[in-house]
Design a protein around this ligand. Structure first.
Ligand code: AVJ
Length: 312
């Protein structure tokens, strides 16, 4: 709770975007990915479809597929025909969700060794002792490792944090068989109109997703946020190449939770998310800075989204 308290009490209030994803929030995010305005999910899927042959050519065979932020594991499972892994290691912050998803996957792929690693890799990413022990026990410890990080989830990290995570990913890949690396989806800088519509859709699903964070805080923190007293704000910040999402107070109000309280003035905001957009050149430089040796890049016809393969 220290993190939440510190964020809410800071002069510019902020909350980590990981608090979006309670059960309700995960469902709302799924609904976002189906919106007309939210192009990233379908655009990335289209790239995986149209460049499947080339992608499967650069990915090492018989690899251990490490799915970062696996969620319901559906994205990775759809790529099994392209990636052809010999083992599947799903990493996610939400353990309940993960165990369930892996069980379902086991029914469809009974022959594929699979492992659930519940951890908050946004703080630091490394394989736990138990997961490396599992790999050794299966005789898979020197297989190439393919880390899969789709959906532009990297966008939640500021560039210097992204660099740190990519360095850790590279270290995990480099610790095993040759040819391993990272397959990552990255959202691109584009017109403000397209970007802002994607984060402020006409149906208000993204607004509900943002406001749901307050419901989640009421539950985990015992706070008394009144959702009707807040509104969703999303805009593109040009010079930082990022979407910012905030919750804006519609009145002067005091919010209380055990051990603390805070006054919010009309118009005061709680910062809830950054979603960085990249130019492919800059992202390629970042991959190189993180120590990856060679990179491949695929994009869609409109050049809205990028998929990179980077060899560790
Ligand atoms: C899950 C971080 C990739 O930034 O596009 C979608 C989250 N927030 N709509 C993104 C999100 C609002 C999403 N990521």
């Amino acid at each position: 709770m220290g993190e939440l308290n510190a964020g809410l009490l800071s002069s510019k209030a902020h909350i980590s975007p990981k608090y979006f994803y309670d059960a309700q929030g995960s469902r709302l995010f799924d609904a976002i990915t189906a919106l007309d305005e939210y192009y990233p999910t379908r655009t990335e899927a289209a790239i995986f479809d149209s460049d499947a042959t080339e992608i499967s050519r650069v990915i090492p065979t018989r690899a251990v597929l490490i799915d970062l932020g696996a969620g319901n594991c559906a994205k990775a499972e759809r790529l099994f025909p392209i990636l052809n892994p010999d083992a599947y290691l799903a990493v996610d912050i939400s353990s309940e969700f993960l165990f369930e998803a892996l069980q379902g996957l086991g029914q469809r792929h009974p022959e594929l060794p699979r492992y659930a690693l519940a951890m908050d890799f946004s703080a630091r990413f490394e394989l736990s002792d138990s997961s490396t022990a599992w790999l050794a026990e299966k005789g898979l410890d020197d297989r190439p490792r393919v880390v899969f990080y789709p959906g532009s989830s990297i966008g939640n990290f500021a560039p210097h944090e992204a660099l740190g995570l990519l360095q850790q990913v590279r270290a995990v890949c480099a610790a095993a068989g040759p040819g391993g690396g990272l397959l990552i989806g990255v959202d691109r800088v584009k017109s403000r109109t397209v970007l802002e519509a994607a984060y402020d859709d006409a149906l208000g699903v993204t607004a509900a997703f943002n406001l749901n964070l307050l419901r989640h805080l009421n539950r985990v923190l015992g706070a008394d946020f009144v959702l009707a007293h807040w509104k969703h704000v999303a805009f593109y910040c040009d010079h930082k190449s990022r979407i910012e999402m905030h919750l804006e107070s519609l009145c002067e109000q005091t919010v209380r939770w055990p051990g603390a309280e805070r006054l919010f003035r009309t118009g005061e905001r709680i910062h809830t998310e950054h979603s960085y957009k990249w130019r492919p050149q800059d992202f390629q430089t970042l991959l190189t800075q993180a120590g990856f040796t060679s990179t491949e890049h695929w994009t869609d016809a409109e050049q809205w989204f990028s998929v990179f393969w980077a060899t560790a």
